[in-house]
Design a protein around this ligand. Structure first.
Ligand code: TXA
Ligand code: MG
Length: 331
């Protein structure tokens, strides 16, 4: 059931997690499906519920930087500077894992992904959990494997039904998943783009954050980096404004069919067909990220078969949005 995150619901959520159950967790990026990161049986329930292969590592959420020592074997200086600059916030760091902890959550990797979320409900739950002996929460995005990430409590209920306890933290402020920086190989490497740009990250850590292509050695498996991911049921296609307008012009006069095509564009386009549902994308990257997954879900709910999206600008601030849209379009 979806619950308002009052003291009673928070205590119940902490007790559920302590007992090895799952809870829907609001964060500022997307909602997570949380379990006690140190309980392999509880972690197995996440993989089963999502249909996610059990060798895909999960992110472990901690209340503050003080919680890192429980899971990480060592923290390089550049990682400490990233934490100081961006935690709590939408940044996940991959660090060498203490071998005796959270092996299941880490999907067997010798590293662990750690994140300290800023959302007040996530913070309150992590603190309540720490008090009952749960030092961190493993939480991937609360969606079935490969599907669109949830940015409202209602999205989570739609994925997992009403038996799951979901704390309602409102719509997510960031809207796309955290930026992931691998800090386990001596130099910082960007594994997943998000709201924080490489420029911001490099400035904060005092050295260049590299793109994965610059580091050819085997990258750890990251499902968020599989080519086809974040996919709605409708086919997503990216086009520039001119291509979009040409395609729309070809539909002129096509009015009998049911709603079939959704268009999401920054550019104002002429639509002369009733089979097209047109929505405007914000001019601003952060606002677009915030709306992205909800918009894809909404288009699906309207029953369209195609979603045509105007390709985002080729600018650092848009990298997270472009990454998620490209993956949605790859399936
Ligand atoms: O914003 C977020 O990060 C959200 C919220 C709930 O915190 N969580 C999220 O989790 O996106 P998930 O499981 O959907 O994506 C986690 C990503 C995956 O691509 C996973 O493979 C990668 O993090 N990851 C986790 N631990 C890792 C590790 N030890 N090495 C490499 N990649 C890791
Ligand atoms: Mg995910």
């Amino acid at each position: 059931m979806v619950r308002s995150p009052d003291a009673v619901a928070l205590a119940e959520a902490a007790a559920t997690l302590r007992a090895g159950g799952l809870v829907g967790l609001p964060t500022e990026t997307v909602y997570g499906l949380a379990a006690d990161a140190t309980n392999p049986t509880a972690v197995a329930k996440i993989f089963a519920a999502k249909g996610r292969p059990s060798d895909h590592p999960l992110i472990v959420h901690v209340a503050d930087a003080g919680g890192v020592g429980h899971f990480a074997a060592s923290v390089p200086g550049f990682a400490q500077r990233l934490m100081a600059a961006f935690w709590p916030g939408p940044l996940t760091l991959i660090l060498p894992r203490r071998p005796e902890v959270a092996a299941a959550a880490a999907g067997g990797q010798d590293s662990v992904g750690l994140r300290c979320p800023a959302h007040p409900v996530a913070q309150a739950l992590l603190r309540a959990c720490a008090e009952v002996g749960v030092p961190g929460l493993a939480a991937p995005s609360a969606n079935l494997f490969g599907r669109v990430s949830p940015t409202t409590a209602a999205h989570v209920r739609g994925e997992f039904g009403s038996d799951l306890l979901v704390l309602d933290g409102g719509p997510c402020r960031v809207g796309i998943e955290s930026t992931i920086v691998d800090c386990s190989r001596g130099v910082p490497v960007l594994l997943r783009p998000g709201q924080l740009t490489p420029e911001q990250l490099s400035a904060a850590c005092g050295q260049a954050v590299l793109l994965p292509d610059a580091v050819p050695s085997a990258a750890p498996r990251a499902s968020g980096t599989l080519e086809a991911h974040y996919a709605p049921s409708a086919k997503v296609r990216l086009m520039n404004a001119k291509e979009l307008q040409t395609a729309l012009d070809m539909l002129q006069g096509v009015d009998k069919a049911p709603l079939a095509i959704a268009v999401w564009s920054r550019t104002a386009l002429r639509v002369k067909s009733t089979v097209v549902l047109a929505r405007r994308m914000p001019d601003d990257a952060d606002a677009t990220a915030q709306q992205l997954f909800g918009q894809l879900r909404d288009f699906d709910a309207q029953g369209v078969k195609l979603i045509w999206v105007e390709t985002p600008p080729d600018a650092p601030a848009w990298a997270g949005v472009l990454d998620r849209l490209s993956r949605a379009a790859a399936s």
